[in-house]
Design a protein around this ligand. Sequence first.
Ligand code: FES
Length: 106
Amino acid sequence: IRIHYVDPDGNTTTLNVPDGQNLMQAAVQNGIDGIVGECGGSLVCATCHCYVDPARLSELNPPTEEELELLEEVAAQRKDNSRLSCQIKASAALDNLSITLPETQY
Ligand code: FES
């Protein structure tokens, strides 16, 4: 499943993410700067913040209450398309999704 990680300068890295893996894990395993994932995906750190392509936001499972709460604590500006990448699982439906990484996670 192709996921495009776009850094704040507009440089894109495309990863082939296995079905079911979350987008934070894939980024960390492949050394993508800009996603930290300090808590390992347990919804406590907010250092996996990303901006999802607004055109495809509705294709994702909606954020849980916990994710919404944690999104209030992201370091960079929170936008309408802000999500925590550890809560987005790769699936065939998301093929070719672009996510943009914020300037900072701290
Ligand atoms: Fe910590 Fe996503 S990795 S909240």
